[in-house]
Design a protein. Structure first.
Length: 384
């Protein structure tokens, strides 16, 4: 469905050239904007997810110094990549970067896939990352839609606040603006970065700097005095909360190593390592880590460690952490009993459906690089 309103009006006006000019004058001098090579652009886009530029820049510079190209990243030890990621959180991003670098090196001759559908097959690369890299590095006509762009579009067209949660409609609006920019001779990468920068510097979540906005004359929200972005929380679709009980098992061996598991089919923590756990609701077991039932028969007596509350999406968690032991000499979990003897027993994997369950042993100081920090703090294992 074609877009109407200010989006269509902008397509017929010179306002977008004003946006492009504003970007050239006021954009921040960020290091990854000095190149069109995919690698620094890709790394920066992944790092900026859930992380502010100011916090990300020092980490970015150290990361690039350690692994200046995709081949270097592909041959790095994943553990060193994850350790370098410390401070950015969401460690699955680091592991996905490493796996994607290996795929790019082996499957795409060291180049980022030029086809969008190939790009989104890379670990950790979704619509936003693929569109950002392909438009900025390769000037492909793909609109980006991040939180900043969504806010600009919502205000520009004075859209119904519920549309903030309608990705498809905002994606069409973003694409319409991009196509208008192309007709005005503006490159896709410059246009996308201009919109994102506008949201970051001018069209702020609170107290937008409308007087400095190059799109102010076309902004319906400014003209109406209403802010649909501020109203979005009032109309956010609500899902019923699900109270559950989470039992986390902090099991140590004689070497004071904790057992951690990554289960892609787990109820929680699908992309992260986590201590073995069970999830219960109304006395019904919803999930338990693979092999946990048998492991607990070998763990000896359990002691209560901490009780905590947590929330994951719509789940409201009453959490219990139990302390116990596990014995390396007794073998790993039964589910991994077929691992060949010559394989490192602390790095086994087993296919569970189409994906692999990973098991590791980690001393306490290494847990923050593996286990989500928000819950690790609550169970008292975040420090060394």
């Amino acid at each position: 469905m074609p877009e109407a309103g200010p989006i269509a009006a902008l397509a017929r006006s010179a306002d977008l050239s004003g946006l492009a000019g504003w970007y050239q004058e006021f954009r921040r001098p960020l290091p990854f904007r000095r190149t069109r090579h995919f690698y620094p652009i890709w790394i920066s886009e992944v790092m900026l997810q859930q992380t502010r530029v100011e916090a990300m820049l020092p980490k970015y510079k150290r990361f690039m110094a350690a692994w200046p190209n995709v081949q270097a990243l592909a041959t790095a030890e994943q553990e060193s990549v994850v350790m370098r990621w410390q401070g950015l959180g969401y460690y699955s991003r680091a592991r996905n970067l490493h796996r994607a670098a290996q795929m790019i090196t082996t499957d795409y001759n060291g180049k980022f896939p030029a086809d969008y559908h190939d790009a989104i097959k890379l670990p950790g690369v979704g619509d936003y990352t693929a569109s950002a890299v392909l438009s900025i590095a390769m000037q492909q006509p793909l609109a980006v839609l991040d939180g900043n762009v969504k806010r600009v579009l919502l205000r520009l067209d004075d859209r119904d606040p519920t549309e903030f949660y309608n990705h498809a409609r905002l994606r069409r609006a973003a694409q319409a603006l991009l196509e208008a920019a192309l007709r005005q001779g503006i490159e896709p990468g410059d246009h996308n970065q201009a919109l994102m920068e506008l949201g970051a510097l001018v069209c702020l979540p609170r107290e937008p700097r409308c007087h400095a906005c190059p799109l102010a004359l076309s902004c319906r929200a400014l003209a109406s005095g209403r802010d649909p972005y501020s109203e979005r929380l009032k109309v956010r679709p609500q899902q019923p909360e699900l109270p559950v009980q989470l039992y986390v098992f902090a099991l140590q061996n004689a070497g004071r190593e904790y057992l951690v598991i990554q289960d892609p089919k787990g109820l929680f923590f699908k992309q992260d390592f986590f201590l073995p756990y069970q999830v219960w609701q109304d006395w019904q077991l919803l999930y338990q880590s693979p092999g946990l039932e048998t492991l607990l028969t070998q763990s000896g007596p359990l002691q209560a460690r901490t009780r905590f509350t947590h929330a994951i999406t719509r789940y409201r968690i009453d959490g219990h952490c139990l302390q116990g032991s596990w014995h390396t000499d007794a073998g790993m979990l039964p589910i991994f009993s077929a691992v060949p003897a010559q394989q490192n027993p602390l790095e086994p994997a087993v296919t569970r459906g189409s994906k692999s369950v990973q098991v590791r042993a980690a001393v306490r100081r290494d847990l923050p690089a593996l286990v989500p920090s928000s819950i690790l703090q609550k169970i008292g294992l975040a420090g060394s």
